[in-house]
Design a protein around this ligand. Sequence first.
Ligand SMILES: CC(=O)N[C@H]1[C@@H](OP(=O)(O)O)O[C@H](CO)[C@@H](O)[C@@H]1O
Ligand SMILES: [Mg+2]
Length: 579
Amino acid sequence: MTSRSRDRTVIPGPSYTASLGTEAAVCTAERREDSGRSTTSMYYNGQILKYKNGMHLESVLRSSARHARPAGLTLEYGTAGFRTKAEHLEHVMYRMGLLAVLRSKKTKAVIGVMVTASHNPEEDNGVKLVDPMGEMLVQEWESYATNLANAEEHELQMVLTNIIKQESISMQDESCVAIGRDTRPSSDHLSLAVVDGISALESKYQDYGLVTTPQLHYIVCCRNTDGRYGEPTVEGYYQKLSKAFIELVKQSPDCETEKKCLSIDGANGIGALKIKEIEPHLQSMLSLQLFNDGSNGRLNHMCGADYVKVQQKLPEGIDVRPGERCCSFDGDADRIVYYYKDSEDRFHLLDGDKIATLISTFIKELLVKVDLKLNMAVVQTAYANGSSTRYLEDVMKVPVFCAKTGVKHLHHKAQEFDIGVYFEANGHGTVLFSKAAEEQIAQLINAGATEEARKAVQMLANVISLINQTVGDAISDMLLIEAILAIKSFTVQKWNEIYTDLPNRQLKVKVADRKVIDTTDAERRTVKPPGLQEKIDELVKDYNMSRAFVRPSGTEDVVRVYAEADTQVSSFKQHKDKR
Ligand SMILES: CC(=O)N[C@H]1[C@@H](OP(=O)(O)O)O[C@H](CO)[C@@H](O)[C@@H]1O
Ligand SMILES: [Mg+2]
């Protein structure tokens, strides 16, 4: 455990010389211990490095000693940043504070740092960086993050210098970092380590405290667009979303007569806190019943979106009456799934695929009414239920694309269209509108030929305001879904009947080294180890409408196995055979 005292200035370790870089650019660090004093000099291609304003990154090393890296621990910036047991993450937090400052100087924009491990168990934690427009950290910087997190103490200055040089970062440029954290017991302490890293590089920062991941993404985007995306505060977020929601719901046929009711499983996390905050803004247009609000249960324990999706059953701690609409958030409120139980006590899940279908159908109908020819596509992952893909392509005539797991991949693909609807089956997703699409819609406001067209264009404009375009957002998605159901007078059962899911199973398998599995074709086929894909093909071919794949997880030390087929027995049998 490292000390948080601010007066420890001793850098442990012997004198050393170390080099890093390519032939063209070699960065060398040299440290001398002399009569108890330690000095570190940095050289770049043989030239001593001096940072203007006198910074030698010495203070970085001094503070770093307070957040020592556990020996032998190697981590990777994975699907959604770093994630592992919270007690192993202090050095990573400190170093991501450093990296966020460099990224901020490079982009000349506010960069976000979110401390969360999303759906992982309470004892885990993690961190992810948010880029200027509220997107995930650009992929090229992920390797910097990994190198920094894994650097030995004596390599730290060198790794930093290398990033500064490679990215031609001017250290005297201004920088600012926005920090957020979830409700895990470790998050408060770990976010202080982020602050320490930011402070070591003398950067500005703003700590937004307890926020959902999407709220931090929203704030970062607002800060970097001079408020054009909205007011950069949690209150601004509530106002923007609730205004758009109320406007939309007013368009529903029975808006005056029927109050919509929804039960929410808050996963005992940050989403529950934030639901309590937004509810008063909704002007009783929606009656929310909150369960697993964190007052006693453990975060994500037998509850939350991941539990419900993977286990395909009701979470604990929620009181469900037959036919009632319910939803679950995950631990950082960027995912949502819906469900209900029928009169025969059967559980029905409406996951990200059903959400993508509902939203894209609604938008397509509005586009037809407005007579706008915008190209719209749905982006899914290999985990999307085969029925949803077939329905979207064959019935809805919407093009569907498959991206690798992880929101950054889906987001990237969705940006290629005027309107890109992307959802992971687990309920993580949003809708992206291109600038051109937004402009065309804005121009049509009040210009519709008929009352119906005017209403439709207004609704499109409100959808744009309601959906969090920076990242998937449980609260924003929930409000959009509720508005659509109200406008279409859909019950949850009617929504569920749009298509019937193929029975499916998802399992986690612990193996010695998950990295031995390598995949291709958006993770739908394995290329390594040899022979594995052939075995899967052999098993799958005996079942109707069947599909199965395996891939190493990017957030947990497991291999994920997925199978679907025409009947529950078939999809389950494939799994058992594979084990
Ligand atoms: C099958 C599955 O649900 N995978 C999840 C999970 O990634 P893995 O790489 O599968 O561990 O966590 C990601 C981050 O939350 C999420 O984006 C993704 O969808
Ligand atoms: Mg999450």
